[in-house]
Design a protein around this ligand. Structure first.
Ligand code: PZK
Length: 287
């Protein structure tokens, strides 16, 4: 990292630096969070997998919406990006009923103001994908909001553009993942606006940390689906009887290695690039 970089903030598993007034550096660590708690054990190369996947998707979706990617660095875990005015809304697209969407549906029959047919099972495929906005609550947790609230936060015209863009991104990525045996159940986008007022896709995009990826083989609605990437480490930590509060437990090397292998498998299936090739030359995902 250049010595001039100024640290702007930390996410749970990422760091954000200012390179100059126009550009930022997003650095993905190998930290992993399980049940919203960071574990003391890292998953080797996890940050490189996520960064490579983000860069891959930015390259392949720029016909849908411009994005903030300026350069993928040779370390494979850092993205130089354009500095934007971020929208104060997280944009989740759901093709399947899971997580907070399933909880809201159980209680109200709808998700973020989208009335859904009765009798849907947990993890069911939705009749059509829906956009479910959220805001960062004071607790640090995301809070689902309805589309009128989102429209009030960013402006009605901008919100309509965001919804249409997010749906197109989801349909494109879900179709690609489907051909690779992966269900893209849902995904969260963060968007910003550049100095010209153009909507720009930012943050990380379509990674296992911002999405639910399920193996298509074995998909069975009626309960939660195993996570493509985190299931080993979830199963291990739950098997300890851990109460899912801080601090999380250390995980054995073989569990961390098994988790790494699942991340790498997702990377290779989705990008079609061997992970060793990426390590030797990260630009391979941009071609
Ligand atoms: C921006 N974050 C989230 C916080 C992280 C990431 N292109 C952009 N322009 C302006 N701001 C941001 C971005 C992006 N992406 C992203 N906060 C601001 C965040 C902490 C650590 F790695």
């Amino acid at each position: 990292m250049p010595e001039a970089a100024v640290h702007l903030g930390s996410g749970k598993v990422r760091e954000l630096y200012a390179l100059d007034d126009q550009r930022l550096l997003l650095v993905a660590s190998d930290r992993i969070s399980v049940f919203d708690v960071i574990l003391p054990t890292e998953v080797p190369d996890k940050g490189r997998v996520l960064t490579g996947l983000s860069a891959f998707w930015f390259r392949r979706t720029r016909h849908i919406v411009p994005n903030h990617l300026v350069a993928l660095r040779g370390d494979g875990r850092s993205l130089e990006c354009r500095r934007l005015e971020m929208l104060p809304v997280e944009v989740v697209v759901r093709g399947y009923l899971s997580g907070s969407g399933w909880k809201d549906y159980l209680h109200t029959g709808s998700v973020c103001g989208h009335a859904l047919p009765p009798g849907l099972l947990e993890s069911a495929r939705l009749p059509t994908p829906i956009v479910t906005p959220a805001t960062k609550a004071a607790t640090g947790h995301d809070e689902n909001i309805d589309r009128d609230t989102a429209a009030a936060l960013v402006g009605a015209e901008r919100w309509a553009e965001v919804e249409a863009t997010a749906l197109e991104l989801y349909r494109f990525a879900a179709a690609h993942a489907g051909t690779r045996g992966i269900i893209l159940a849902d995904t969260k986008f963060e968007l910003g606006v550049d100095a010209e007022g153009t909507l720009v896709l930012a943050d990380e995009a379509l990674t296992p940390d911002s999405s639910r990826f399920w193996p298509a083989a074995g998909y069975t609605p009626g309960g939660p689906q195993p996570s493509f990437d985190k299931q080993y480490v979830r199963d291990y930590t739950e098997g300890l009887g851990w109460d899912k509060t801080y601090p999380g437990p250390e995980v054995p090397t073989d569990v961390a290695a098994g988790t790494r292998a699942r991340y790498v498998e997702a990377f290779e299936l989705l990008t079609g690039v061997a992970f060793d090739t990426y390590l030797a030359d990260p630009q391979a995902v941009l071609r």
